[in-house]
Design a protein around this ligand. Structure first.
Ligand code: SF4
Ligand code: SF4
Ligand code: SF4
Length: 372
């Protein structure tokens, strides 16, 4: 019995996306001109300079074009280009959400209306909402819960500023993503950074002392240097090098990917072994090989971008998460979503209106809280 027929036998409707015709696969990595690649590296460098100027060098007085928020302004500019250029409707919709979340929640709210966030343990600096990357904050625990229910895609696919810059500015380097056995085996390096992260988490609950201050400072510097340094290495390691090999948060979310409700189911009978799913995966996951071996993709590395699912012309890959557990008949209307993403649905106007209203209410609420 295949994965799909097994689901049907249990009376469940798979979380499924209609396949694109074979000649319309839209997510294979393209080649970009040298000029575009140089522009991407220049944008990465500016983001790097903004971060290092504000945290270490202090050469300029954190102007808008050179502070730690410069990265988010760059994401918005390149994001508009990427949204316009993206042909895969699902990815296009994901980029719209991703760029909007980064712009509103990671840039405008913390920069213009900073609100302190409650936290557990001892922290050297007061975290500002949203403080996803500080273990102990409310945002951190909420995101962990969401990842357990919806998988790592909740944050790595749709809301992380790190993926924001790598999916927009870093896009011209997709085609150099290292693949093969060695590149796949090297993914375990992220557990080293995860171990350092766990130590930082434990130290949060010990009264501050010079050693813990030194540890936190060194850890933050290491994360910052690997985060921005890996951007500059994109022409060699692809746009997802940091997420694959170095990110301690990605490793944390990946663990929950394994033990949570998220996975991608595989129908071995309909698959024609075309291998497109493996080729479009920017995380270098051997999707077809794993699917044939395990009958599903449930690895810690899957960030849920959906490229493999949406590009499978045989509908052999289907998402599964908490929605399928709570409501077995759950099946999103992807035809409607496609029309929404491509602007062919007139409902997009009122949906955009609702989104703009929510954005204004969020900004006004954040301003009020910071004022209060
Ligand atoms: S792996 Fe890390 S850097 Fe990459 S998207 Fe996830 S949290 Fe962000
Ligand atoms: S699951 Fe099979 S049919 Fe679908 S893209 Fe992968 S190899 Fe091709
Ligand atoms: S396995 Fe599929 S959903 Fe997961 S990261 Fe790769 S392409 Fe994206």
């Amino acid at each position: 019995m295949t994965a799909m027929t097994a689901i049907a036998a249990k009376g469940k409707t798979p979380f499924k996306i209609k396949a694109l015709p074979a000649n319309k696969q839209r997510s294979l990595a393209g080649r970009y001109s040298l000029g575009v690649q140089v522009m991407s590296i220049a944008a990465f460098s500016l983001a790097f300079m903004g971060w290092i100027n504000q945290t270490t060098l202090h050469l300029w007085d954190n102007p808008i074009w050179l502070n730690r928020y410069t990265e988010y302004a760059i994401i918005l500019i390149f994001g508009l280009w990427r949204i316009r250029a993206e042909h895969n409707p699902y990815t296009r919709r994901r980029l719209i959400v991703l760029v909007s979340v980064v712009t509103a929640l990671w840039w405008l709210v913390p920069w213009l209306f900073p609100v302190s966030e409650p936290y557990l343990g001892y922290m050297g600096t007061q975290p500002i909402f949203p403080s996803l990357h500080m273990p102990g904050t409310i945002t951190f625990f909420l995101v962990l819960a969401a990842v357990a229910l919806f998988g790592r895609r909740f944050i790595c696919g749709w809301g992380c500023p790190c993926v924001g810059i790598r999916e927009t500015v870093g896009f011209p380097f997709r085609h150099v993503t290292p693949r093969g056995r060695l590149a796949w085996g090297l993914r375990h390096s992220k557990w080293f950074f995860f171990a350092l992260y766990v130590v930082a988490f434990v130290l949060l609950f010990i009264p501050p002392n010079p050693w813990s201050a030194l540890y936190f400072g060194s850890f933050a510097l290491l994360v910052g240097l690997t985060y921005f340094g890996s951007m500059l290495l994109s022409p060699v390691i692809g746009n997802r090098g940091y997420c694959r090999y170095l990110c301690p948060y990605g490793a944390t979310f990946g663990l929950l990917n394994k033990v949570g409700l998220y996975r991608i189911n595989f129908d071995a009978e309909t698959c024609n072994d075309c291998g497109v799913c493996t080729q479009v995966c920017d995380m270098g996951i051997p999707v077809l090989e794993l699917a044939r071996r395990k009958g599903k993709i449930d690895v810690a590395d899957c960030m849920g971008c959906g490229r493999c699912v949406t590009e499978c012309t045989k509908n052999s890959l289907v998402f599964h998460d908490v929605r399928n557990v709570m409501r077995p008949s759950f099946a999103p209307d992807y035809a409607r979503l496609r029309a929404w993403a491509t602007g062919k649905n007139s409902a997009i106007r009122w949906q955009a209106g609702v989104f703009a209203t929510l954005l204004i209410v969020t900004l006004a609420g954040a301003w009020w809280l910071s004022w209060a």
